[in-house]
Design a protein around this ligand. Structure first.
Ligand SMILES: Cc1ncc(COP(=O)(O)O)c(C=O)c1O
Length: 389
């Protein structure tokens, strides 16, 4: 077996990110501070939301969004099964019950007929996942949520830069949760963001992300700032008083991650455009290949193209074959309701996800993938297919 030469995902970092670290290192503000506030402001403006609250992962973002909406024991939340486990875990962390919903066979996004079937008087929220960056049917979903007076919490871990009917994902629902995990379209190592248009949620999210404390150290420091004669700031006094009214968590973002995030945000559109070029190469190469079903992109959306997932009956053989050629692939996902933790607790059958997931294979996709590497992957896949048409 050859060494892995092409990874399935890879962050795209340059000198700019390193340079951006100088300021927090120089000022000493490496915790929750001014860079985090700046990142929140710029991210909210980018996605078209009124507010953004930065946290240390999308898992934390999802957990806090469920908690801030007051969802708890006895409540149900509708979760598509085709996602990373955090989507369901966030509901369980709050003592509520995730109710798994099937997905559409083409986009792998939440199936709205199945969603409607599963609404009960206990349902408090729907958590659509924009699978691979492809936005869910948000208009119909929001209409359904309004009809039943339930909240919408979007899992937009894959959807940094995705557009639904002309609007960026991030300002469409009660709360949208993004991931800045190492291999996401915008990467800070680990990190996450909740965007919302509801001010009362912002207050709850900010309290909950830092142990229930009603003000951040930065805000308290700002209150106590003194001006030196030169006009430069000195962190001289410190408004020490705070109160704790909630059992919050230690989930806030830090300024090192935020400094990287600001640079990555500036590069996001270009990075997503490079993803689009690679996807076009894959799509062109696999057109008419009978044993490969290519991912779809509906005409009224623009995906952030977080991943490129094909469907093939030869999933496992192809995975091994490519590994031998030094090409890593992935599987996104084994449906959550089939994971042992959930299988025992919620016995449910979801025919589409169960039939499709054994065919899913994620191919390498990230902005730094060169055209030569893309060609190498394509040639390897087509050579695997010889004699299998
Ligand atoms: C769909 C989805 N939701 C949530 C998460 C959790 O993100 P994080 O690693 O930032 O907690 C991920 C991460 O892979 C994901 O893919």
């Amino acid at each position: 077996m050859s060494e892995t030469i092409i990874q399935v995902f890879k962050p795209s970092f340059g000198e700019e990110e390193l340079e951006a670290l100088r300021e927090p290192f120089r000022t000493g503000w490496i915790g929750l501070g001014p860079k985090t506030a700046e990142f929140e402001e710029k991210f909210a403006a980018y996605v078209g939301a009124k507010y953004a609250v930065a946290v240390n992962s999308a898992t934390a973002a999802l957990h806090l969004a469920v908690a801030a909406l007051g969802i708890g024991p006895g409540d149900e939340v509708l979760v598509p099964t085709m996602s990373f486990v955090s989507t369901a875990h966030a509901v369980v962390y709050c003592g509520a019950t995730p109710i798994f919903v099937d997905v559409y066979p083409d986009t792998l996004c939440i199936d709205l007929d199945d969603t409607r079937r599963k609404i009960t008087p206990r349902t408090r929220a729907i958590m659509p996942v924009h699978y691979g960056g492809h936005p869910c049917e948000m208009d119909e979903l929001q209409q359904m949520a309004d009809e039943y007076h339930i909240a919408v919490i979007e899992d937009a871990a894959h959807a940094c830069g995705s557009v639904y009917r002309g609007k960026r994902i991030g300002g469409l629902s009660d709360a949208t949760c993004f991931s800045f995990h190492a291999v996401k379209n915008l990467a800070t190592g680990d990190g996450g963001m909740v965007t919302t248009n509801r001010l009362e949620l912002v207050h709850a999210l900010k309290r909950l992300r830092w142990c229930g404390i009603d003000k951040s150290t930065w805000e308290r420091t700002e209150e106590g700032l003194m001006e030196l004669e030169t006009g430069t700031r000195r962190y001289a006094t410190y408004g020490w008083y705070y109160e704790v009214h909630d059992l919050g968590y230690k989930y806030h973002m830090n300024d090192i991650a935020a400094a990287i995030g600001l640079v990555q945000l500036g590069k996001l559109e270009k990075a997503n455009a490079r993803r689009r070029e690679i996807v076009a190469q894959y799509n062109h190469a696999f057109e008419g290949v009978s044993w490969i079903e290519r991912p779809v992109e509906k005409e009224y959306i623009r995906s952030a193209l977080h991943n490129y997932v094909i469907k093939t009956p030869y999933r496992d053989e192809l995975n091994v074959y490519l590994k031998e050629k030094g090409i890593a692939t992935g599987v996104h996902y084994m449906p959550i309701h089939l994971q042992p933790y959930y299988r025992e607790r919620c016995k449910v059958t979801l025919p589409v996800a169960e039939a499709i997931w054994p065919k899913l294979l994620t191919l390498p996709l990230y902005p730094d993938l060169t055209n030569e590497q893309v060609d190498y992957v394509i040639k390897a896949i087509l050579s695997f297919g010889e004699g299998r048409e």
